[in-house]
Design a protein around this ligand. Structure first.
Ligand SMILES: NC(=O)c1ccc[n+]([C@@H]2O[C@H](COP(=O)([O-])OP(=O)(O)OC[C@H]3O[C@@H](n4cnc5c(N)ncnc54)[C@H](OP(=O)(O)O)[C@@H]3O)[C@@H](O)[C@H]2O)c1
Length: 222
């Protein structure tokens, strides 16, 4: 099942591509520049064993067309709506996985949510209910994803208005050996997206003796 990553030449997209390919899931990286996507794909493939799935590259529309079903949006928030407008005709019968965090311009320790409430909700409004949008992967650090020596150090909160679409995304994420939880409707993204600047704040704080922290859901300890 080929997964497309739009904006896949950035650190988050590349890290996800490495993890999926290592888990045997083919990936097509999307970029505004097909050549850049192909170069990034070749670089990433070199980091993987022969047993890994293929990472290829294409322009963003071509990558969307090549996805069997799941298309991950990994562009900066400033490019969120314009990229979705461009991709919308190619997203019929697919699920859009929105990982974009609407960080405040010039201040990564805060979010500036769109009028719809969150980037995930803005995507759902823009695409219409026929194209399911699932919010996920907002709280995972690119550094962690790109370091294949380390397991992914967090759980993933997944939200969206269509249960089947969320189940497909949760099943994909479980292939990365992480716990993924159904965290409710798309409006839950208001909280989930807003966790990221808190993690960024902690990770750059001198009072916290580690970086690239994640969040996890802990059962009670007896
Ligand atoms: N980095 C993290 O640790 C992290 C963690 C959690 C969530 N996220 C979210 O994941 C997304 C990607 O993060 P990132 O750090 O990889 O971002 P990034 O490096 O800033 O951008 C990713 C890619 O988006 C494309 N892009 C840049 N400007 C664009 C524009 N104006 N229009 C269309 N495409 C554009 C670029 O690809 P081309 O030039 O090849 O088109 C770029 O390589 C962000 O929304 C971020 O909030 C990131």
């Amino acid at each position: 099942m080929t997964v497309a990553i739009i904006g896949g030449t950035g650190p988050q997209g590349k890290g996800l591509a490495l993890r999926f390919a290592q888990a045997g899931i083919p990936v097509v990286l999307g970029s505004r520049d097909a050549e850049r996507a192909a170069e990034s794909a070749a670089e990433l493939q070199q980091q993987l064993d022969n047993g890994a799935a293929t990472i290829s590259g294409s322009d963003n529309l071509g990558a969307t067309a090549q996805a069997d079903e799941l298309v991950i949006l990994a562009v900066p928030y400033s490019a969120h709506d314009a990229t979705l407008e461009q991709l919308k005709p190619a997203l019929t019968d697919k699920v859009l996985v929105d990982i974009v965090v609407p960080l405040a311009p010039g201040n990564p320790k805060a979010v500036e949510m769109p009028p719809e409430g969150s980037a995930t909700e803005a995507a759902q409004a823009l695409l219409g209910e026929e194209i399911p949008v699932v919010g996920a992967l907002h709280n995972v650090s690119a550094t962690t994803l790109n370091n294949l020596e380390q397991p992914i150090n967090c759980d993933i909160l997944v939200c969206g208005n269509q249960l089947d679409a969320k189940k497909k995304v949760i099943s994909l994420l479980q292939s990365l050996d992480v716990k993924a939880y159904n965290a409710g409707l798309a409006e839950s993204a208001r909280c989930i997206e807003a966790i990221t600047p808190i993690l960024i704040r902690l990770n750059i704080s001198k009072d916290v003796p580690f970086t690239h922290a994640g969040i996890s859901i802990q059962p009670p300890r007896h």
